[in-house]
Design a protein around this ligand. Structure first.
Ligand SMILES: *Cc1c(COP(=O)(O)O)cnc(C)c1O
Length: 451
């Protein structure tokens, strides 16, 4: 027998402070306490099973307790858990860097490791900033982000973030950034001309300010935390062209969309573009261990080369950079993705999911359904005709996800947007099981009067 639920719940309440969680509300409720997982399911200490419907917050690729991944960590543990990457190398860090370069958009040839998406973004920001110093153009020091962007929670990443709810409180601590629009057609005043209008605004900003801008940072193809907003096809190509025309580096934050999530290995591939810097994390280890990387072009990398005394060194690094266990499981993750043709499978499964989701449009309170690959956002609205939002106090997203939990799936909403991001290896039958619960929960809460 394990430790009783009540004991754990009490200790959880006493000692833990949870991320992105109003603790006052949380401690008044019965927490889910996970004990184990298997495949696409999680199991709590009371023996209840749930689908992992958001991949443990957008991370998980193959599922839980995947033999190939478990074995990779065990084998690495038989050799060493960690040694530093400061001035020396290790075997899995080298081999993983080679694989990352192989699968990334052509031209990204150098890999700089870190431990989380926020760090990978900060590193890209610092590299872009210092790149222009090395190029003799130190006046290019500003950044352009996109409205409602999310790039992580450390101060540098928050500085290029633009979700007021999360970021506004910290504004005195942040460096300033220009904000370009993200093409969000459903709520755009420009309707079908949304993308065009956004590009015009972005170009106007660059035309005026490019002389002082180091880089533009974007969540390519899907803006995640703002509510799964999907760009129209070709938009990233236009952004790449603008950055080229105005000599601004392009930073692609592929932390959420990378590693097959959108039906391509990286989202930039949809438009066939290569950013100057690319941040990856989340799916890199299959959802097993904290590892992240910033990939750079030769052009960026070479700007940092010089004699020791020139001090062009990139003075940045974290204690666990290039951790062997993380790199070993990431290598196994990539191998398994290849062996199971996972990315092609995601594209295929996404079409099936889209067919089922299309039926949801008939529901009274489903305003918009946005999907790219196995990344889905369902925006619930109070009034479909006017697109009037549900008031924040109604907590509609929280209530739908609570109902999902009762029905056997764990989700986490973004305001009034229900996010569905199943592990990429979920089978057709598993996806059907998850979608049954999703539809039922939306119906129960928005039309069935379930609190
Ligand atoms: C999750 C996320 C991050 C932050 O990654 P962490 O590992 O949580 O620090 C950055 N950018 C995007 C687009 C994300 O979705």
């Amino acid at each position: 027998m394990g430790i009783p639920y009540e004991t754990l719940a009490d200790k959880n309440k006493r000692y833990l402070w949870h991320p992105f969680t109003q603790m006052k509300e949380y401690v008044a409720d019965d927490p889910v306490i996970i004990e184990s997982g298997q495949g696409r399911k999680l199991r709590d200490v009371n023996g209840n099973e749930y689908w992992d419907g958001v991949s443990s917050i957008w991370l998980n690729v193959h599922g839980h307790r995947v033999p190939e991944l478990d074995r990779a960590i065990q084998e690495q543990l038989g050799k060493i858990a960690h040694s530093t990457l400061l001035g020396m190398a290790n075997v899995p860090a080298i081999l993983l860097a080679e694989q990352l370069v192989r699968i990334s958009p052509p031209g990204l040839n150098k890999v700089f490791y870190s431990d989380s998406g926020a760090e990978a973004v900060e590193i890209a920001v610092k590299m872009a900033f210092q790149y222009w110093q090395h190029k003799g153009r130190p006046e290019k020091k500003m950044f352009v982000t996109m409205r409602e962007a999310y790039h992580g929670d450390t101060i540098g990443a928050v500085s290029v973030g633009a979700i007021d709810l999360y970021h506004k409180a910290f504004s005195p601590l942040l460096f300033p950034a220009y904000r370009a629009p993200y093409p969000y057609e459903y709520r755009s005043p420009h309707g079908k001309r949304c993308a065009e209008a956004c590009l015009e605004e972005t170009e106007a900003l660059l035309r005026e300010k490019a002389h002082e801008i180091a880089a533009l940072i974007v969540e390519p193809v899907v803006q995640g935390a703002s509510g799964i907003i999907v760009m129209p096809d070709g938009y990233m190509r236009k952004i790449r062209e603008l950055c080229d025309r105005y000599e601004v580096l392009l930073i692609a934050d592929e932390v959420a969309v990378g590693f097959g999530r959108t039906g391509r290995m990286f989202a930039c591939e949809h438009d066939g573009i290569t950013p100057d810097l690319m941040a990856v994390a989340k799916g890199i280890t299959g959802g097993y261990l904290p590892l992240a990387a910033t990939l750079a072009t030769d052009q960026v990398y070479e700007a940092f080369l010089g004699e020791y005394a020139e001090k062009k060194t990139f003075f940045h690094g974290h204690s666990y950079t290039g951790n062997q266990l993380g790199c070993a499981v990431a290598l196994a993750n990539l191998q398994l993705m290849q062996d199971t043709r996972l990315v092609e499978e995601v594209a295929r499964k996404a079409e099936r999911v889209a067919e089922r989701l299309a039926k949801l449009y008939e529901r009274k309170h489903v305003g918009d359904i946005r999907q790219k690959g196995l990344m889905v956002g369902i925006e619930l609205v109070k009034d479909k005709a006017t697109k009037e939002e549900f008031p924040w106090e109604e907590r509609i997203g929280v209530r739908v996800c609570r109902r999902c939990r009762e029905l056997g799936m764990l989700l986490r909403p973004l305001g009034n947007v229900i996010v569905f991001m199943p592990p990429l290896a979920s089978t057709d039958e598993e996806l059907d099981g998850m979608l049954d619960i999703l539809e039922q929960a939306i119906l129960d809460v928005t039309e069935g009067g379930i609190a």
